[in-house]
Design a protein around this ligand. Structure first.
Ligand code: SF4
Ligand code: SF4
Ligand code: FES
Length: 566
């Protein structure tokens, strides 16, 4: 086991562990400031922000230090390494680097979008001189709005760390960005008419340590210190990227990736990043409705619930296996479980149906080759999955537990057309239209239909009851990704108007007391369904827990996806 000293504190490394000085220092909470280094990109050691003193402790206990400061990002630590970040020599080097970077960097802080999360601002405060000796005019460079459809470049704010350039070369593989010119004239740019529009492009904004690359979508919408962040999981595909949801006053302003080595690493795709707009849409379902003649009328939850309970009880006991409950792969595990418990409690004959599983093309793998080809299997660094729902592997096992056969959506529609089903309670939660007009016309034959959803549709239009549910940002619960990683999503905002998180609706249908509390339901679920045993610890931590593959239901194990191709 190797031993390393950082500012006199001892750190033990695991056998075979490879860390640079920045990572070793992070272990004990010591920050070595850095711009160009990023754990997922190659090391270029160009910004010189991480200069530290390094040396070696000899077996006799004496320490010999190298005469000059060296970049910590490019210094692997080994047994006996000594790193000093807080000596006068190291501090002078850090202050000198910052003074150099600020020579031409405009002091846009009051208007810069990165203010509040700018490494130049923060490091200047912590490690800089605190005053300027520069008397000349700063170099001014033209801003570049053409960098990408979603990205703009404030050229003179750039500290030339080249993280953005390396991202497009090493992670997306699309290589749109480059450095043009030399020295003080160096700028980030694209090749003529080839903007940075790859499907991972938004990550360069997160990677930019200063306010040079900005997201056009977020630009000037909010100061970051007004935002509150909640841990969540992107519902855009079965990759299940860990994300932060940033909101202010119940409006979601941005989604950003949250590093999770067990899920997607450090990045997310643009589809997921910008795909949340439906949450804030004015047309969101925001009040419970019931049919009065041909029209829907508003009804309070207090009036609706007893009536709905009575009617569901009567309809389910009358129709038995002709009553279908459609569970969507956008529901959390807890919601699917509560729904199943409720309807099974009304009749063991009720049938559970898996809602549509959107599959778009095939998995999109990165980094791309020079002609856009997919990488070799062992070189894949990011995958946008074709299966565009977050929780197929959480919802199918719930259905499996309560019922022998999995009824898929298409078979259900055929069965409705064949007269096998007379009533349904359908849960949606999809970010866009999820029923075709043919399907709506089939479902219009049902004598009873209740729809719980987030957006109005042709299906809600024909439903006797419309229950406004919650988007992923409005609820807590668990999503299980393609790799059986179960991750928690946390509530970031309240839903619009009277909309309620789906878990709460089922809890109320069940007439259970108390508030919806995901860890409690999770513990219950872990006890009743062996597949979910790993959820028994309640708190799944920031990275989530893997469900045991050995406990995978037969259907999931055989296909990897319960309904791939449907
Ligand atoms: S634009 Fe940002 S990420 Fe790119 S080189 Fe400049 S500072 Fe670094
Ligand atoms: S890869 Fe999938 S889960 Fe990740 S951000 Fe994109 S859509 Fe969301
Ligand atoms: S982070 Fe080490 S030189 Fe840039």
């Amino acid at each position: 086991m190797a031993t390393v000293w950082v500012n006199g504190q001892e750190i033990k490394l695991q056998d075979g562990e490879k860390l640079n000085a920045i990572e070793a220092a992070q272990r004990i909470g010591v920050e070595i400031p850095h711009y160009c280094w990023h754990p997922d990109l190659t090391v270029v050691a160009s910004c010189r922000m991480c200069l530290v003193e390094v040396g070696e402790r000899k077996p006799d206990g004496t320490v010999s230090m190298q005469p000059r400061v060296v970049p910590g990002c490019q210094t692997p630590v080994k047994d006996g390494s000594v790193v000093v970040t807080d000596s006068k020599k190291a501090k002078d080097a850090q202050a000198g680097t910052l003074e150099y970077l600020l020579l031409n960097h405009p002091l846009d802080c009051p208007v810069c979008d990165q203010a509040g999360e700018c490494d130049l601002q923060d490091y200047s405060y912590k490690y800089g001189r605190g005053y300027s000796r520069f008397k000349d005019d700063k170099l001014q460079k033209a801003d570049k709005d053409h960098i990408g459809e979603n990205i703009t470049l404030y050229t003179d704010r750039c500290v030339m760390c080249t993280r953005c350039v390396r991202f497009t070369r090493e992670i997306s593989g699309t290589s749109e960005l480059q450095v043009i010119n030399r020295g003080a004239a160096a700028e980030i740019d694209i090749f003529p008419d080839q903007p940075c529009n790859n499907k991972l492009a938004g990550n360069v904004v997160d990677l930019c340590p200063v306010g040079a690359l900005c997201s056009k979508d977020f630009l000037y919408k909010q100061r970051v210190w007004f935002l509150q962040e909640s841990n969540s999981v992107c519902p855009g595909c079965s990759t299940g990227c860990s994300i932060n949801v940033s909101q202010n006053k119940n409006i979601v302003y941005r989604l950003t990736p949250r590093t999770n080595p067990d899920a997607q690493g450090s990045f997310m795709c643009d589809e997921g990043r910008f795909g949340f707009k439906y949450i804030n849409a004015a047309q969101r379902l925001s009040a419970p409705l019931t049919k009065a003649g041909d029209r829907h009328v508003h009804v309070t939850w207090d009036a609706l619930m007893p009536r709905l309970r009575r009617e569901l009880k009567e309809t389910v006991s009358r129709l038995g296996n002709q009553f279908a409950v459609v569970l969507s792969p956008f529901m959390t595990v807890e919601e699917a479980y509560l729904a199943a418990v409720y309807f099974q409690g009304l009749s063991a004959e009720v049938k559970f149906v898996l809602g549509p599983v959107p599959i778009h093309g095939s998995d999109d793998k990165y980094p791309k080759g020079p002609h856009g080809e997919a990488p070799a299997a062992d070189k894949v660094k990011f995958t946008i999955r074709a299966e565009k729902c977050p929780n197929l592997r959480g919802v199918v096992p719930v259905i499996d537990h309560f019922q022998d056969d999995l009824i898929e959506w298409n078979d259900f529609i055929d069965a409705v057309n064949g007269g096998q089903f007379k009533a349904a309670y359908a849960v949606g939660g999809y970010p866009s239209a999820w029923v075709t007009s043919e399907e709506v016309s089939a479902l219009s034959k049902l004598e009873f239909l209740a729809v719980q959803d987030v957006l109005p549709s042709a299906l809600t239009a024909i439903a006797k009851y419309v229950l406004p549910g919650g988007s992923f940002a409005e609820k807590e619960g668990t999503f299980v990704n393609h790799n059986l990683l179960a991750q928690e999503i946390k509530r970031a905002i309240n839903g619009p108007g009277e909309a309620r998180a789906d878990g709460r609706i089922f809890l109320e249908l069940l007439e259970r007391r108390g508030l919806f509390h995901a860890p409690t339901i999770r513990a219950e679920l872990a006890k009743s369904i062996p597949y979910f045993e790993a959820l028994g610890r309640g708190d799944l931590g920031a990275f989530g827990v893997f469900l045991s593959k050995g406990k995978t239901t037969n259907r999931m194990a055989s296909s990897g996806s319960a309904v791939a191709g449907s």
